[in-house]
Design a protein around this ligand. Structure first.
Ligand code: PLP
Length: 458
């Protein structure tokens, strides 16, 4: 009497079967064969019959295809949220992409001074454009804004106190809590005021010999509404200067232009932060700036030079590809072409009426199951809370439910990401490139279209 386990094919047999199906790297094939066999054993253990070689090798092939697909992939963002950390934040401009290609294809003068013919500094490449775009005397780029804040606190406040309003000692995003960053930097947090109201006197009362800085944190991913008070930056600046302490402004979003020109609420700009008295202003490169992931610190030559010379600037330095993309992005602001060139501003600027025909065309692909509704595109968490623009969305209804449809769209190639509202699946054309319209329509049609012509999801 033979045990069903003995009829499970060997790893070698599955590998042989796979070889007939296609060609994959050996280590991938081996892992897939083993995983499929383990799964077969488990089902036998649970009382099912042993699957045959064909079933197991088909299973292995599915595992292999997943392994061989690049993990990081392009997706179509139809969620109606322009900036999402989960979706890689800001898409880059054409100019930034070309700059990356050029800087990566060949050698560069990354740390080489071409005038003097000697060793140079990578930090030199970003100073001028940061000066011209923010009005600050000097600037430095590091890995991200969390690193920028950590570094500023470590260098200027280690072992000393930093005063933060209770309304700003917050969690900004996954795993980024102001009190934790402060603690890791070696600075001591002194919280003042209350969650909704903090007055300049609260800061004044907390200042002592131990105070190294006052830290302001922009409420970039939430709003406190109603009965609220936050002291004006100018008042804080006067206070900080009277006590010879630093005023640090963690702006987060890093806006360089006037957002009200785009029909959304005013967002504090880097220039405003500096002109109202921040000694150092910190912000992200991939939020409202619309560039690559990095953290920017701007302020006086003396303070920036201190940061630049600190060993942490070596540990947190950005690479040549980021420098290339950042400079190409900043150049658009210098030239005043950000609205046309930088995808974030381009998408935000699109007129609502220009989006309606696209939403209509997508809805048509779903036949009776699609309609067009008025909705809002959001700028996104970590950038400008609550700020958004009117848009038109395609709303789809599936018999199997909105979650099923959202999941099916997510399995398209490239995946189409949507959101669910009131049991309808919504797609916002504002954040989708027109070159993806065809893909969106074919996918919708294949899933919902009454006269379904195509099968599968391209
Ligand atoms: C987003 C944000 C950060 C973190 O910036 P990263 O670039 O994601 O590291 C820090 N502070 C504020 C206020 C933010 O909005």
């Amino acid at each position: 009497m033979s045990s069903p386990f003995r009829t499970i094919p060997s790893v070698e047999a599955v590998l042989n079967a796979l070889r007939k199906k296609g060609s994959w790297p050996h280590s991938f094939a081996l892992e897939a064969a083993r995983t499929a066999i383990t799964k077969a054993r488990k089902s036998v253990k649970e009382g099912a019959g042993a699957p045959d070689l064909a079933t197991i090798s088909t299973e292995a092939e599915t595992i292999l295809n997943a392994l061989a697909t690049p993990s990081l992939r392009r997706v179509v963002n139809a969620t109606g949220v322009i900036l999402q950390t989960n979706l890689g934040r800001a898409p880059l401009s054409e100019r930034a992409m070309s700059a990356i290609a050029e800087a990566s294809r060949d050698y560069t003068n990354l740390e080489f001074d071409l005038n003097e013919g000697e060793r140079g500094s990578r930090h030199e490449h970003v100073r001028n454009l940061l000066r011209h775009t923010t009005g600050a005397p000097d600037g430095l780029a590091v890995n991200n804004n969390a690193a920028a804040l950590f570094m500023a606190l470590h260098v200027f406040a280690q072992g000393r106190e930093v005063i933060v309003s209770r309304g700003e000692a917050v969690e900004i995003g996954g795993g980024f809590r102001i009190p934790d960053v402060l603690q890791e930097s070696g600075a001591r947090l002194v919280e003042v005021g209350t969650t909704n109201r903090t007055y300049v006197e609260d800061y004044a009362n907390a200042i002592s010999e131990e105070t190294a800085a006052i830290l302001r944190v922009h409420r970039s991913n939430f709003q406190v509404t109603g009965f609220t008070t936050q002291p004006d930056m100018r008042e804080l600046s006067t206070l900080a200067r009277a006590h010879n302490t630093l005023l640090l402004d963690d702006l987060g979003s890093g806006c360089l232009v006037e957002t009200s020109e785009y029909g959304v609420e005013h967002e504090p700009t880097v220039r405003e932060s500096l002109s109202s008295g921040a000694h150092l202003t910190l912000f992200s490169g991939d939020k409202l700036l619309g560039g690559p992931q990095c953290g920017l610190i701007v302020g006086s030559v003396e303070l920036i030079e201190t940061l630049r010379k600190h060993p942490l600037s070596r540990a947190l330095r950005i690479d040549k590809l980021t420098i290339a993309a950042l400079n190409a992005t900043l150049m658009a602001y210098v030239e005043g072409t950000e609205r046309e060139e930088i995808p974030f501003w381009h998408m935000l600027a699109l007129e609502q009426k220009a989006l309606e025909p696209r939403a209509q065309a997508w809805a048509k692909a779903a036949g009776k199951r699609g309609r067009v509704i008025e909705s809002h595109t959001m700028i996104g968490g970590g950038a400008a809370p609550g700020a958004g623009r009117k848009t038109w969305c395609t709303a789809l209804q599936a018999d199997q439910g909105a979650e099923w449809l959202t999941g099916a769209l997510r399995k398209a190639a490239p995946p189409i990401l949507t959101r669910v509202e009131a049991n309808e699946t919504l797609l916002d054309p504002r954040t989708v490139a027109e070159s993806d319209d065809e893909h969106v329509m074919l996918t919708i049609e294949s899933l919902l279209g009454s006269s379904s012509r195509s099968s599968g999801t391209s």
